[in-house]
Design a protein around this ligand. Structure first.
Ligand SMILES: *[C@@H]1O[C@H](CO)[C@@H](O)[C@H](O)[C@H]1NC(C)=O
Ligand SMILES: *[C@@H]1O[C@H](CO)[C@@H](O)[C@H](O)[C@H]1NC(C)=O
Ligand SMILES: *[C@@H]1O[C@H](CO)[C@@H](O)[C@H](O)[C@H]1NC(C)=O
Ligand SMILES: *[C@@H]1O[C@H](CO)[C@@H](O)[C@H](O)[C@H]1NC(C)=O
Ligand SMILES: *[C@@H]1O[C@H](CO)[C@@H](O)[C@H](O)[C@H]1NC(C)=O
Length: 550
């Protein structure tokens, strides 16, 4: 029936003068065989998606004045369908088309965010790192925030020619030329149409309109997967050693799908589709959302298609632990990866005026502070957020020269340190709530600062408020140590059982995911604070989630 309508409506001229309010981007999944048969029975010269768009456009314009649907992407490799901005009316007409399977509203997903090879028992010349295992030419496609192409981890000295089967491209954009790719970084592409439809135009003072990485996460994940072996890498001397991708002989193709506010599903699908067509062997994604039934989860759908074409898909489980059933990316054909600690840590020692000592963690490298007055929520302005050390909440007169205890939450951990430092404080102790437990964060603070677990935090609050007349504390920084019990699951790592398919055990595997030293863009400060003017080649990430502030 619809084919008759289709023909009939083709005679109409489309009027797209009136903007429609309720438009949304949808990812449309189609049955390839049915839709091709449908379309070919009508007009063999027109691409199938054009016929579909024309049909819904004309059908809806006949009933009321509507803007034509805007086509964002056509998917033909890892799944069959397209992404378009549609009104409710147009969505209804889509339903009438033989071969239509589903329409999933687009959404923004979030990023998930040296020593690991040794910890994993990877040794030069042996096992997975034997010459024969490393010899095959593997191309890893990384979907993330882009890449810093000049980084030493991505230089191509000594590498053989790019495999001739590779069909990828090095897309030109802001501060990114086609010569940014080489035999190591074999491709770089950008996907932003879905993002711009939902989050607005990319702010070019904050990000590059190209595959160049302004956030650091993509550079970090790409080098963790396949960065060169770089000797003498460290973060200001901490975590020193060789930094190396887990498969350092592989090639990298960067697909930038994540921007300041997240990663649009429609862009991710376009990237997976393109990456499979380009010829990647492996796809690596450290991003996601909450678990959905597979038929509603477009990453699951696209990775099924990718898997059918022989591409291995590896995704992070997420950073929503420790509650159960928080894992995402749980389709059975995806390798879902959890995060755990290695035996390496960056300990600090906090000593109170009463002699009590606690172990904390920090990537700050500097001298021990002296025993200084310790204050908490110390604001004459009765700022409700002073205990969180938010922007402008601290009173310099009361904080100057002291150590400030700050609760986690609201603003970033390094951001609290920045606030205390700007108010004239001499140090900061970051307190965990009961829920946050004993998880210790090693953050690249800009001044003497450390995190503490929840039981130490509880003791410190009580010390400040109930026992001490003049509370004091000192913080010392003990460098890099090895030999902790490991692996231990990170509390933040999302947990099984899978909420949508509990019969499949998820996550599948765990891997070092805490304090991993890897490549970092030189123009992005390690703490990601504007006031932090440090530039590093390597940064140690616990994990990174651009939307999370604590
Ligand atoms: C699946 O997606 C459809 C279309 O967006 C939605 O109506 C439905 O509620 C979703 N189902 C689940 C279980 O998420
Ligand atoms: C552009 O890239 C170069 C590296 O080629 C870098 O040094 C420079 O800072 C970048 N420019 C901007 C404006 O970010
Ligand atoms: C872009 O970001 C800069 C820096 O944060 C901000 O000052 C500016 O207003 C933003 N521009 C737009 C159009 O949002
Ligand atoms: C190793 O790195 C440190 C710190 O960046 C530097 O001081 C030292 O000279 C380097 N050593 C070698 C052998 O390159
Ligand atoms: C806040 O600072 C004042 C002056 O330094 C001090 O007397 C008071 O004990 C502090 N209060 C807290 C809760 O730290």
């Amino acid at each position: 029936m619809i084919f008759r309508t289709l023909l009939f409506l083709l005679a109409y001229m489309v009027t797209n003068s009136v903007a429609v309010m309720n438009k949304q981007t949808y990812i449309i999944h189609m049955d390839k065989t049915k839709i091709k048969a449908t379309v070919h029975s009508q007009d063999k010269t027109k691409p199938w998606f054009k016929s579909v768009i024309d049909f819904i456009s004309e059908a809806s314009s006949s009933s009321e004045e509507e803007e034509a649907p805007q086509l964002l992407y056509v998917y033909e490799t890892s799944m069959f369908g397209f992404a378009a901005q549609l009104s409710n009316k147009q969505l209804e007409y889509l339903n009438q088309i033989d071969g239509f399977l589903s329409a999933i509203p687009d959404e923004l997903l979030t990023l998930h965010t040296t020593y690991s090879p040794h910890f994993l028992g990877l040794q030069n010349g042996k096992g997975l790192w034997s010459a024969s295992n490393l010899a095959s030419d593997v191309i890893i496609g990384v979907l993330d925030t882009g890449i810093w192409p000049e980084h030493i981890s991505f230089q191509d000295t000594g590498l053989s020619k790019v495999p001739s089967r590779w069909k990828g491209a090095c897309e030109v954009g802001t501060n990114f030329s086609s010569s940014c790719c080489n035999k190591k970084l074999v491709g770089a592409r950008v996907f932003l149409q879905g993002y711009e439809k939902s989050a607005g135009r990319i702010n070019e003072t904050l990000d590059y309109r190209s595959a160049r990485d302004a956030q650091g996460h993509g550079t970090h994940t790409a080098s963790t997967a396949a960065g060169n072996m770089v000797s003498n890498a460290s973060f200001f001397g901490l975590a020193g050693g060789s930094a190396s991708g887990m498969r350092y002989t592989s090639r990298i193709a960067a697909y930038k799908v994540c921007w300041r506010l997240g990663c649009a599903n429609s862009d991710i699908l376009a990237a997976i589709d393109q990456a499979v067509a380009d010829g990647v062997d492996v796809l690596s994604l450290s991003l996601g959302g909450i678990a959905k039934p597979y038929y509603n989860d477009s990453i699951a759908i696209a990775s099924f298609g990718a898997t059918q074409k022989g591409v291995f898909v590896s995704c992070s489980a997420g950073n929503s632990g420790p509650s159960s059933s928080t894992a995402g990316n749980v389709a059975p054909w995806i390798m879902t990866v959890a995060a755990s600690y290695t035996d390496r840590s960056f300990p600090t020692q906090v000593k109170l005026g009463n002699g009590k000592v606690f172990k904390g963690s920090s990537l700050y490298k500097g001298k021990k502070t002296s025993q200084l007055p310790l204050v908490y929520r110390n604001s004459s302005r009765a700022q409700r957020t002073a205990q969180y050390c938010t922007k402008g909440s601290l009173d310099p007169k009361l904080v100057k020269g002291k150590i400030v205890a700050c609760e986690r939450g609201i603003n970033s951990r390094t951001g609290k340190g920045e606030e205390v430092k700007m108010a004239g404080g001499a140090g900061m102790i970051l307190l965990n709530s009961e829920n946050q437990g004993e998880e210790l964060f090693a953050d690249p603070h800009v001044f003497p600062a450390t995190s503490l677990g929840s039981s130490a935090s509880k003791t410190i609050r009580s010390y400040i408020f109930h026992s001490a007349k003049a509370p004091t504390a000192s913080i010392s920084f003990l460098g890099t140590t090895y030999g902790d019990t490991a692996p231990v699951m990170a509390a933040f790592s999302s947990r099984g059982p899978s909420s949508v398919g509990p019969d499949v055990i998820k996550p599948d595997v765990t891997a070092p995911g805490v304090n991993i030293l890897a490549a970092w863009p030189p123009t992005t400060s390690p703490s990601m604070l504007k006031s932090d003017k440090r530039s590093v080649l390597f940064n140690s990430l616990r994990y990174l989630n651009v939307l999370s502030s604590c």
